[in-house]
Write a protein that binds this ligand. Structure first.
Ligand code: BMA
Length: 903
């Protein structure tokens, strides 16, 4: 059989005819068509092998037609690829066994994006939506040309934005194609409008019926104090058949059998299994609040006592509620999540696509490889040989889902928002989130744009939503569905200069897409979790106002996105005291070792063409420098490379300190209402990860390396955290705790010139209830300094920590009494280091050193802490390598930078 896929994009289901006969379960056959296909461009001048799943860019690179698409300016140089049409072709033999089946389906799990599929020259179907599974043959159209044609055909009114801002070097009209919206460029990402069979292709052949999809949703009945599990089966049957279905969760002594019948074609049926109340059900909890236990659910189908299918899946029990109710002392409504009845503060960040080419995202489960001291000592030569034989691990680590999600949890996050301009992530992503206790705020894939509402567009979106909700709803990690990113705000605050007379039409379109269709479909498919129409939104209040609130950024309602690059980020008064901060952040540059492989020497200055090419946010490079200059001396080295790397460093210091200040403000606003605002219950900064090597808001670089911000996040998201701030020259320190604890505070006052504290203050023990932020210290700064040697704001700084009876609880935090650029007595430190065979690094410093940054270049791995304030002579830090390394390699690669080293 000759299978063609001309690219444009869906999952097609193609039906092959078969001979009727009755077979049992064992005769269901699946034949993978993944592997090597042929790929050609429209005039046939390029013909090459291509891996499926994969995309055209990856195939061209793998076959040596192009070099690394991420190198220098290749995002623009390789635009020709997405302006062409491409055809994927394969041949396969239909085995005798397969061809006698009653039904044979050709299934495409993901086609990117607009395509037509033919088999032996016969057209089978067309694809239009990257996010749908199609059953059918594929030729792919240029997504850029398709989007532009769709735009041209839409003559009655404009659907903005027409194009992204010039600084993004992107392509236009991405809102006209159901494809990853950021693939046409974003303010942190390149334009690589991909094409390909980005998920698997297979033949499915069966008799009688096959189980296409199983999902299960646990529901709790308060009145009866009983759990039940709603099981939904999507069954494809060849003919009407009667049968029995048995659901069982043996560990909970629960089993039920149902008489049922299967109709021909694809049908959905729901069954509910009641959980035996004699059992104590173990609940799934978010990270930091408990375990993530699951139970095995077995589903068996019988016909005439013959087993015709059997499958097993995991069930996790938890409830989720989004609470929007009046708040005492505050106008508006609360906005927080209750999991298993417990209010939970969401700590985390926003997730964007891990790679421009999704086929290069790896599932890799990292095994940490510690240095083996004895082996190392004697066979260090062997290690070098091993290293040279290893594949380039940094390539796969960069895209490892496990590595990124583990990094989120290791930074004490309990939530991630899968942002609406990317992709619905692969199953593995949600499975890992289930296992790690990461709560997922799941957007639907619409962002920063208006969308068409023609019938075919709405139809494909409805299919997309049905498929995605059915695929994902069994995951306890997903705690909310959210319709879009910032489209309510775009309408409310008129991003696209829509004339007042036309506004009602756009609002009608908005309501039609997100409320009348997406919301309705989601609620038909899943009643077990809340749905929000947009982010940011005023939630229930937006609904009252016809779904587009006058001000969706109102801090008294819903969630808020807040960015300000110009205002001083050390001044917490500039931040909105919102109910829930779902986006906020500052940019920084990744480290030199991340940039080096995609650049050359002439690129390594802050004013180079490369540096401005990779910056996709208007004035971004300048904003970082201006923000940094508010509190720090800027790098002034005469050596151009040192000046460049010092500049990368200072942008990371600035970002880490800014996001720390803002996050601490949100966490300490949890229990208070001030001037009618507060009870903040979420802090998700923008953004966790990067799609390529470029400046962005991320805390993890492309390649998996933690920026200084990510090390800071480990502290500012800690379960127990002390936070200091000033108001009218009075110093306040709050104890914030996710857990109920008796805590006391210790404050150390240091002079910038000395490594021993000038004085120490201790508070008495106080009960800090779980889930609260409590003031534990209040003193005018002048009084505090007067009692502490000759300290002034310019000569001294504070560190502080919480302790229980026996030990320190949570991290040590710091508070500067002036900008470090004004600090008197801050000297350039001499920091020496020794590294042992366990990759433990012992640092020795001869003076106070702020923002001490350890960097081992391109050795992948991470430190136990980094970017810290060194106020002691000695400090040990562990380095966990993600591939074998040696003391010699670490020693040769290690650089140490602190604030005073850059000027
Ligand atoms: C928010 C996001 C993204 C964007 C980020 C930084 O608006 O939703 O669209 O990348 O800000 O500008």
């Amino acid at each position: 059989m000759l299978l063609h896929v001309r690219l444009c994009g869906w999952a097609c289901w193609c039906l092959f005819s078969g001979v009727f006969s009755v077979f049992s379960l064992q005769q269901r056959l699946t034949v993978s068509l993944n592997g090597k296909w042929r790929l050609s461009n429209s005039n046939g001048s390029l013909l090459l092998p291509a891996q499926v799943p994969g995309c055209v860019h990856s195939a061209l690179q793998q076959q040596g037609y192009i070099t690394d698409p991420y190198f220098r300016f290749n995002d623009v140089s390789y635009r020709w690829i997405a302006l062409n049409n491409w055809t994927y072709t394969t041949t396969f033999t239909l085995s005798a066994e397969l061809s006698v089946k009653q039904k044979v389906l050709l299934v495409f799990d993901g086609v990117d994006t607009v395509g037509s599929i033919s088999l032996n020259g016969i057209a089978l179907g067309k694809t239009y939506n990257m996010f749908c599974r199609y059953v059918c043959l594929i030729g792919l159209l240029s997504p850029i040309l398709y989007a532009s044609e769709q735009r041209k055909a839409h003559t009655s009114y404009v659907v903005p934005p027409e194009c992204p801002p010039g600084v993004q070097k992107g392509e236009c009209h991405v809102n006209f194609i159901r494809k990853e919206q950021s693939s046409f460029s974003w303010d942190w990402g390149p334009s690589f409008p991909t094409m390909g069979l980005w998920k698997g292709v297979r033949l499915e052949a069966f008799d009688i019926l096959q189980l296409v999809q199983v999902s299960s949703v646990p529901l709790y009945n308060d009145a009866f104090s009983q759990w039940r599990v709603q099981v939904e089966l999507l069954i494809d049957a060849v003919q009407t058949a009667r049968g029995q279905l048995t659901l069982s969760i043996p560990e909970l002594d629960s089993e039920q059998t149902f008489q049922t019948h299967f109709n021909p074609g694809k049908t959905k049926s729901n069954f509910t299994i009641l959980i035996n109340t004699a059992n104590q059900v173990k609940l799934w909890w978010p990270n930091g609040h408990g375990e993530q236990p699951f139970y095995r659910l077995t589903i068996r189908g019988f016909q005439d006592e013959f087993l015709i299918f059997s499958t097993e899946s995991k069930v996790y029990f938890r409830t989720v509620e989004l609470i929007q109710e009046p708040v005492v002392g505050s106008p508006g409504l609360s906005f927080y999540f209750r999991i298993n009845g417990k209010p939970i503060f969401l700590k985390g960040s926003n997730w964007i696509p891990v790679h421009s080419f999704q086929d290069q995202v790896t599932p890799d489960v990292l095994t940490y490889i510690p240095l083996l001291p004895h082996v190392c000592r004697y066979v260090s030569g062997l290690f070098s040989i091993l290293l040279s034989l290893m594949p380039d691990l940094s390539v796969c680590l960069s895209c490892s889902l496990k590595n990124l999600l583990q990094s989120a949890v290791d930074a004490n996050m309990n939530a991630l928002r899968v942002w609406g301009g990317g992709v619905y992530e692969q199953d593995l992503f949600y499975e890992i989130c289930d296992e790690l206790g990461i709560m997922v705020w799941q957007d639907f894939m619409f962002a920063c744009a208006m969308y068409p509402t023609e019938t075919d567009f709405i139809q494909t979106v409805r299919e997309e939503v049905v498929q995605q909700v059915q695929r994902l709803k069994s995951h306890p990690s997903i705690i909310i569905w959210s319709g879009n990113n910032e489209n309510e705000a775009a309408l409310a605050t008129d991003w696209f200069d829509i004339p007042a007379s036309q506004r009602p039409k756009y609002i009608r379109d908005y309501v039609m897409l997100y409320v009348d269709n997406i919301k309705k479909v989601v609620q038909e498919e899943d009643q077990s979790r809340p749905f929000l129409v947009s982010s940011p939104t005023n939630g229930a209040e937006s609904e009252q106002e016809g779904w587009v609130a006058e001000n969706p950024y109102d801090p008294h309602y819903g969630d808020v996105h807040f960015y300000s690059y110009i205002l001083d980020c050390w001044d917490w008064r500039t931040f909105p005291r919102t109910r829930f901060a779902s986006e906020y952040g500052f940019q920084s540059w990744p480290s030199f070792s991340t940039l080096q492989p995609v650049s050359i020497k002439e690129d390594w200055s802050y004013g180079s063409n490369f540096t401005s090419h990779r910056q996709h946010h208007e004035d971004g490079n300048q904003q970082m420098i201006l923000q940094a200059a508010l509190h720090f001396h800027l790098p002034n080295a005469t050596d151009p490379l040192k000046r460049f790397t010092d500049t990368l460093y200072i942008t990371q210091v600035m970002q880490a300190q800014c996001v720390k200040t803002q996050t601490e403000f949100y966490r300490r606003s949890r229990s208070e209402i001030i001037e009618g605002k507060g009870h903040t219950m979420g802090a998700l900064y923008w953004q966790l990860n990067d799609i390529w090597q470029a400046p962005s808001w991320s805390s993890i670089e492309f390649g998996g390396k933690w920026k200084m911000l990510h090390y800071f996040a480990q502290s500012f998201f800690a379960a127990v955290l002390p936070v200091a701030f000033e108001e009218d020259d009075t110093l306040f320190i709050y104890a914030i705790s996710d857990l109920s604890r008796d805590l006391k505070l210790r404050v150390n006052v240091f002079s910038w010139t000395e490594l021993d504290p000038v004085c120490t203050l201790n508070s008495s023990m106080l009960l800090v209830p779980g889930g609260s932020a409590v003031a534990v210290f209040k003193q005018p700064v002048a009084t505090l300094l007067a009692g502490c040697g000759n300290c002034t704001r310019l000569t001294c700084l504070l560190t502080f920590q919480l302790e229980d009876d026996s030990s320190q609880q949570g991290p040590t935090d710091h508070h500067f009494l002036c900008s470090p650029k004004d600090a008197q007595g801050l000297r350039r430190p001499n920091i020496t280091v020794s590294i042992d065979f366990y990759s433990e690094m012992t640092l020795h410093s001869d003076s106070v050193a702020p923002f001490v940054w350890l960097d081992v270049g391109n050795i992948p791995g991470r430190f136990s802490s980094n970017g810290f304030l060194m106020v002691s002579r000695n400090r040990t830090v562990d380095f966990t390598a993600w591939r074998p390394t040696s003391v010699a390699e670490l020693t040769a690669s290690l650089t140490i930078t602190s604030l005073r080293d850059i000027y």
